[in-house]
Write a protein that binds this ligand. Structure first.
Ligand SMILES: [Ca+2]
Ligand SMILES: [Ca+2]
Ligand SMILES: [Ca+2]
Length: 246
């Protein structure tokens, strides 16, 4: 029965007329984030993934691109986005620059873009935000120096905006020294959980049923110097940091 259903489904799918091209207001992809009244069960949160882990026959190039598994869920108080990254060489800033641009980074980290009204304007508006989590080897108490943020002002990103949010970092490596050394071999990777209070992004309550825009940049350093920085990967692939319509 299942096979017949599958075959029927395939026929129906194949018989569908060609889909029209996406308009400017239609998102490339849709993530249905579930609501959790209490503790988030990440195993049943929404999931998507992007990027690629560069490795072949046990050899990971330096630099080599990363793969990210992203889970999205929300509670009565905040939006949470859990990003788990396969990265064979962990590199973080020892003394993070607390005034750096939140839309670029040259150590391991990830930026989250939100368009709260989902209006997909061609420049960052006051409902648009970017949150950069710089991966750090320390715990949540260090999240503030390892994060940057900005809010749109109608034409550009206002990097002086400093709404309240936090992130939780994590990582695993196979042998010491792990971060900021490639001496002992391959590391496993790192993770960050974004925790964005609704009030910080201008909402007084959890926005059940709302369509918001979302994008991500994945940053990666695998060795010292400019030659140790891997290409930035984005989700969706077409993301442009100054254009919520992408
Ligand atoms: Ca890497
Ligand atoms: Ca917007
Ligand atoms: Ca790295």
């Amino acid at each position: 029965m299942k096979l017949w259903f599958l075959v029927s489904f395939l026929l129906v799918t194949l018989l569908q007329p060609a889909q029209p091209a996406l308009s400017a207001t239609q998102p490339l992809r849709v993530v249905h984030a579930p609501y959790f009244a209490n503790r988030i069960d990440w195993g049943t949160a929404a999931i998507f993934w992007f990027g690629r882990a560069d490795v072949a026959n046990g050899v990971a190039p330096i630099p080599g691109r990363n793969y990210a598994d992203v889970r999205v869920a929300y509670t009565s108080s905040e939006l949470q986005v859990f990003v788990s990254v396969i990265d064979y060489y962990l590199w973080h800033e020892y003394n993070p620059n607390t005034s750096s641009n939140p839309t670029s980074y040259d150590y391991d980290g990830v930026a989250l873009y939100l368009d709260i009204n989902g209006d997909r304007t061609t420049a960052p508006g006051t409902d648009d935000y970017v949150f950069l989590a710089k991966w750090g080897a320390s715990g949540e108490e260090y999240s503030q120096p390892y994060q940057r943020q900005a809010r749109g002002n109608g034409s550009a990103w206002n990097t002086a905006w400093n709404g309240s949010w936090r992130h939780l970092p994590g990582a695993q490596w196979s042998c010491n020294p792990g971060p900021n050394s490639n001496d002992c071999g391959l590391d496993f990777g790192w993770a960050v959980t974004f925790r964005i209070p609704w009030q910080t992004i201008g909402l007084s309550a959890p926005p059940h049923g709302r369509t918001m825009g979302m994008g991500m940049q994945l940053f990666d350093r695998d060795a010292p110097g400019s030659s140790g920085v891997a290409p930035v990967q984005t989700w969706p692939e077409t993301l442009t940091t100054t254009r919520p319509d992408t």
